[in-house]
Ligand binder design. Structure first.
Ligand code: 13P
Ligand code: SF4
Length: 323
């Protein structure tokens, strides 16, 4: 058992600087690593050992030799970390941090659908934004960063069912020409961007390329100069000759872009109601909750071994196919 230093008080009413210092100390004492998604608040991104998209986070979770993974993202991401590295303690600062895509496809509904359509003998491709129960029913997992490549390598003679994001699935069909049946889920954040809201901001910045996440609707993707994963947004903006970009995804991405590409201007894509779009689930994690998770070693991600083992296979297939 690791001996902890004396301060065991919860994080409430502490300044951000003090909290950040305490988090660094607790992290050392616990031999923990902090993994954060690109949509986390800036102060969490600045403290993290690694910040990235779902694919990069999965690789880092798999290869870490820390004892504890504190996952600053949403539930399915922390669950994926536990699936690929089950001997580690995986903490999620707020267990309520879910995902509308994951919720749209409960495992029992998917199982019933597959049973009703047995004659189709579906090859099930699941976007990583789903629960362990859905992963356990799938043949292979994809992220926005590798979906095209993995769909291209799917068995040519099989019917494909793509779950749970109809927009990302639609984008992959456009890019690969492969027909797939699409589960009718969507990301409640990305469908808030509309053709009108993006046209308005583009009229204000006519020289700025529009960079959109594939979870956006077809109408928004049509306006985009580049459609890609959050991680690819960094290299696209860095390598482009343009000096200003309209970023059509969750607002946390702006912090990462401004940090990595400091000499360029990043304009948040607006919705019809707001100047930018926040994911309420991603924003449930705070510096205070991160501190308390490390202090109390809770909330922890756990799952039945039988589900974990079945969910691991399609994730490992994905990691293998994306190397
Ligand atoms: P990325 O893997 O592109 O970061 O996307 C994750 C996500 O949840 C987008 O809403
Ligand atoms: Fe899920 Fe959308 Fe939030 Fe990403 S932005 S975690 S897809 S609800």
């Amino acid at each position: 058992m690791v001996a902890l230093s004396t301060d065991r008080s919860p994080a409430a009413a502490r300044s951000s600087t003090d909290l950040a210092e305490d988090i660094r100390r607790l992290k050392r004492e616990r031999n923990a690593v902090i993994l954060a998604h690109n949509y986390q608040v800036g102060e969490i991104q600045d403290l993290a050992d690694y910040v990235g998209d779902s694919l990069g986070l999965s690789y880092h979770a798999q290869k870490t030799d820390a004892d504890v993974i504190v996952f600053c993202g949403v539930h399915f991401m922390a669950e994926t970390a536990k699936i690929v590295n089950p001997t580690k303690t995986v903490l999620l600062p707020d267990l309520e941090a879910g995902c509308s895509l994951s919720e749209s496809c409960p495992p029992d509904k998917l199982a019933a659908f597959l049973e009703r359509n047995r004659e189709k003998d579906y090859y099930v491709i699941a976007y990583i934004n789903c629960s362990a129960g859905v992963k356990a029913l799938s043949d292979v997992i994809v992220t926005s960063g590798n979906a095209i490549r993995i769909v291209e390598s799917a068995p040519p003679a099989r019917n494909i069912l793509f779950v749970p994001d109809q927009n990302l699935g639609g984008w992959v069909m456009e890019k690969t020409g492969r027909k797939m049946d699409l589960w009718q889920g969507n990301c409640y954040v990305h469908v808030e961007f509309t053709r009108q809201s993006i046209e308005r901001i583009r009229d204000q910045y006519p020289d700025a390329p529009v960079v959109a996440h594939p979870e956006c609707t077809f109408a928004v993707r049509l306006l985009a100069d580049e459609v890609c994963s959050t991680e690819k947004m960094i290299s696209y903006c860095r390598d482009s000759e343009a000096t200003a970009f309209i970023i059509v995804t969750e607002s946390g991405m702006l912090h990462r872009l401004r940090r990595e590409v400091p000499n360029k201007l990043f304009i948040p894509g607006p919705t019809d109601h707001c100047a930018c779009a926040d994911c309420r689930f991603m924003k449930m994690n705070t510096l205070e909750k991160l501190h308390d998770a490390l202090l109390n070693m809770s909330p922890e991600i756990t799952m039945p071994e039988e589900i974990r083992a079945r969910a691991e296979k399609p994730i490992l297939r994905m990691l293998e196919l994306s190397r």
